[in-house]
Design a binder for this molecule. Structure first.
Ligand code: HEM
Length: 529
């Protein structure tokens, strides 16, 4: 009885909450509509027109028509409205750009204006209020953090130095597959993700976190990272109607805070452990044992204001490396393996190259990697067809400007549709075919790299906000793939096919996880132990 009364009153409470929410959305939308109409009338007649775009419904704009696979839908819309168009999404004006020449206008010609991000509620919380690199405001703090990451932590010397840590984790994964998974179907994306996150954790904490503590942190982090990425992908009413953000209608803000508190504990205990270690024991001076965190803490002791970070900034930076670097790498590995299983001839060519360069009685080592040209071309071709960031994290102009002759208002959310450019037949020959040969470097002056200088190929973005982790991502991708492909033969389970369909998200994933069966490839069994 008590319970049914409680249920009834809780139901009424829910109904009331829903009614208030709808009322608030309508009020916010009416105010916005009013302001927009007023703005339209007061616009300078000499100002360039806004880009074309589909009509939406009053108040909500195009929101009710948005599907889940935004990169596909945005590509279809560009066939109707052209390479730059607008969409009204609640109170937000979105601009979608999908041609190399217009992308160049954004990320090269007007790079400073577009060097800002448009933060969602979840992103703001998970980035410590935008104190990181990915979501941080373009300015001195962002510049200092990028400098520490790019030119110091990810310098060639540092990356060469911590190769031993990467190797230990990759060899551990190979041994694990050898001892437990031979001949059985495994989820290759999960396998790539575990190896990537364990390797990343190892590089962050160095050789100092041992035994149980280390593996606990790894698996705890894996769960949290997955949940964080899911949250960053969820459409949130508060982002389309910022006036409603304080009500946190879908609870996304509070979930983000909960997840942040879990990572806080992990970071705090790792920082404490490093500081204690530095006080009580010999601190490793060689790169092989030294993790990025120790590097950051030591860096701060040098009192060089050009590279000193606050503890909050350090945590935000660690978060960027864990969240921005692991899923992207693991998913790219999964896509490459999917394409190779779909194209056995290409798989054969990659494995022949591995046999020639590495040989059958060694495991892959760092020094082999620059010689694996065919595998490099396969990774590049896969990143063309399946870029991890299909629309890139949206940019946000700091002032009103003009792109392609159209007015782009300050504060709009600008999507660069890399997925569509990478598949455009007027840009690429037979773009839907998987042809790694197009990336084989025959003319060194005209080859493709990841640096975003050719605007038809942008898997790591371009301009000031280009991926800051490219040196590590490049090494991890080729090392993981070369190791998996050199140590094992891979086949699909009976009566299954590779599904290459994708779904939009913070990172563009496969709809169906890749399941494959490994068998031994090397005859010297001691190599797997
Ligand atoms: C295959 C792996 C990776 C892919 C495909 C990838 C892709 C991207 C893309 C597309 C962007 C947005 C660029 C833009 O807006 O123009 C980005 C940004 C970023 N990535 Fe990566 N990334 C990868 C690995 C990593 C790793 C390993 C790290 C860290 C060690 C990292 C750190 C970052 C950071 C900090 C940013 C923000 C840059 C800024 O806004 O200034 N990424 N990444």
């Amino acid at each position: 009885m008590r319970s049914s009364m409680w249920d009834a009153s809780s139901e009424k409470h829910e109904n009331l909450k829903e009614a208030v929410t709808i009322f608030l959305i309508i009020m916010a939308a009416i105010s916005f509509w009013f302001l927009r109409t007023w703005n339209k009338h007061s616009r300078n007649p000499e100002q360039a027109p806004l880009p074309p775009g589909p009509n939406g419904v009053p108040l909500l704009g195009y929101l009710p028509f948005l599907g889940t696979n935004l990169h596909h839908q945005f590509t279809d819309l560009s066939r109707v409205y052209g390479p730059i168009y607008k969409l009204q999404l609640g109170t937000k004006l979105a601009i979608v750009v999908s041609s190399p020449s217009l992308v160049k206008e954004v990320v090269r010609d007007q790079d400073t204006i577009f060097a800002y991000r448009d933060l969602t509620v979840a992103a703001r919380i998970l980035s410590y209020g935008g104190s990181d690199i990915v979501f941080g405001t373009y300015g001195p703090d962002w510049r200092r953090m990028r400098k520490v990451l790019v030119s110091q932590m990810l310098s060639k010397t540092n990356l060469d130095g911590c190769y031993a840590l990467r190797k230990e984790e990759v060899v551990k994964s190979i041994s694990h597959i050898f001892s437990e998974k031979i001949g059985t179907p495994i989820d290759l994306g999960q396998c790539a993700f575990s190896t990537t996150i364990n390797t990343t954790m190892r590089m962050l904490w160095g050789g100092t976190l041992q035994g149980e503590k280390k593996s606990d942190a790894g698996s705890e982090f894996r769960k949290v990272v997955e949940e964080m990425i899911e949250l960053l992908e969820k459409p949130n009413v508060s982002d389309f109607f910022p006036a409603l953000a304080r009500f946190d209608i879908q609870g996304i803000g509070s979930q983000a805070k909960k997840l942040l508190s879990v990572t806080e504990k992990i970071f705090d205990s790792a920082i404490e452990a490093q500081i204690n270690k530095a006080q009580n024991e010999r601190v490793p001076q060689n790169h092989e044992e030294k993790g990025f965190l120790q590097f950051l803490l030591e860096n701060n002791n040098h009192q060089d204001s050009a590279t000193t970070l606050t503890i909050q900034q350090m945590k935000a930076l660690l978060m960027d490396i864990v969240v921005g670097g692991t899923d992207t790498t693991a998913i790219t590995v999964e896509w490459v393996m999917s394409e190779l299983l779909q194209h056995p001839d290409e798989m054969r060519k990659v494995q022949e190259e591995l046999t020639e360069i590495v040989g059958m009685d060694h495991l892959v080592e760092d020094f082999h990697l620059p010689k694996l040209h065919y595998l490099d071309a396969v990774i590049k071709e896969t990143s063309r067809l399946h870029p991890a960031g299909s629309l890139l994290p949206p940019r946000c102009p700091s002032q009103s400007t003009t792109v392609g002759g159209y007015h782009i208002p300050k504060g709009s959310r600008v999507f660069l549709n890399v997925w569509s450019i990478h598949r455009n037949p007027s840009v690429w020959d037979n773009p839907l075919e998987f042809r790694p040969g197009r990336f084989l470097n025959t003319d060194p002056n005209n080859s493709f790299d990841y640096l975003g200088n050719k605007f038809q190929y942008l898997p790591f973005g371009s301009g000031r906000r280009i991926c800051a982790g490219i040196p590590l991502a490049e090494r991890m991708l080729i090392y993981l793939l070369a190791s998996f492909l050199h140590s094992f033969e891979w086949r699909l389970p009976e009566d299954t096919e590779v599904d290459l369909s994708d779904k939009f998200g913070f990172v563009t994933k496969k709809v169906t996880p890749l399941i494959a069966i490994p068998t031994l490839r090397l005859t010297k069994l001691e190599l797997y132990a």
